[in-house]
Design a protein around this ligand. Sequence first.
Ligand SMILES: *Cc1c(COP(=O)(O)O)cnc(C)c1O
Length: 386
Amino acid sequence: MSKSRTASRPSGFIRPLVHNLHAYVPGEQPKIKGLIKLNTNENPYPPSPKVLRAVQTAVDGRLRLYPNPTAEKLRAKLAKLHGCKPENIIVGNGSDEVLALAVRAFVEPISEGRIPRVPNQKQPGTRGACPSETVQYFTPSYSLYPVLADIHGAAKNAVPLKSDFSTPSVAELKRGQQWNFNAALTLVTTPNAPSGRGYKTAELEKLCRAQKGVVVLDEAYVDFANENALKLALKYPHVLVARTFSKAYSLCFQRVGYFVGHPELIAALDKIRDSYNVNGLGQIAAEATLDDLKYYRVNFKKIIATREWLSRELTKLGFRVLPSQTNFIFAKPPLFPAQVWLQKLRNQKILVRWFRAPEVSDYLRITIGTPVEAAALAKTAWAILR
Ligand SMILES: *Cc1c(COP(=O)(O)O)cnc(C)c1O
């Protein structure tokens, strides 16, 4: 194949790294009437009426103006909530954006000439890659992490969780020899996705203490969990906690997420951030959310109650449902392969998520919807099994 940049071959203009990328695969957003959508962990309850009003009121001629470039008011409110300073916080266009910023700020791309030709291929540990070039994470966890590493041209060190999706202890990680305690960036989804498993803060602290590079604790689902690890971001200079308004605060559409951490790390991330990365309506919606947290706390309780109800019902039907500390459950269905269940449920207008990766392909990930949606799922599953 010629490398010449000719107009007849547009691919010649594209960097080889980009040409070979496999983009992140988001859950489907189909527009099917009457669909029960349990595939992307969206909150089944709408934002608070006060949030809707705040956004509606803001939609006028002011849309011509640039928003506050540093989400100043939102950061002040978040600082108050978390007992820290605004300098401890950076807001992004969803937490996906701040995760991407972390890769760009803390990890060196693999030096010229050593970039793997097929970036998404399974890499055997970090052999050949320097720790400074390594993004490290457990598998399974958030499937965006390897994509972010590939986009940056960084090395990936994907280390398996234990078979019950718990994290290996520091001693086990040392013995296993695949884990890299010097990795520039380690990303931990806690509670875990897609398994729903929660991790103890004491455990996470041991891991953080053993790491020499930056550790991001991605707490996208933490409002549905028993504990959170936010204090670690305020205690250790190399620990960042990622939070999002998407899942627990019913605000996926507005794209607002943030990091809490040491002011020097936050300042570094701030340097490479787009000037107006958080849109104005998103800032307004997030600020109004923080003014009405009691509305959301009621929803957390409802979702947790529905989660426990659905877990019991599916267990009765023969599903192996893992204990969850999130707004979804991860369950191994009986009788048919999980991929077949995906299709059978879809035929009945219920959409859940299935991942092809071998370590999770026996499972369905089911978002917790309303009690009515959960009952419909249980009833449909019963009918499929009859
Ligand atoms: C949904 C999710 C995110 C992304 O959240 P946004 O703020 O919507 O970008 C980050 N991490 C995990 C583990 C998630 O499941």
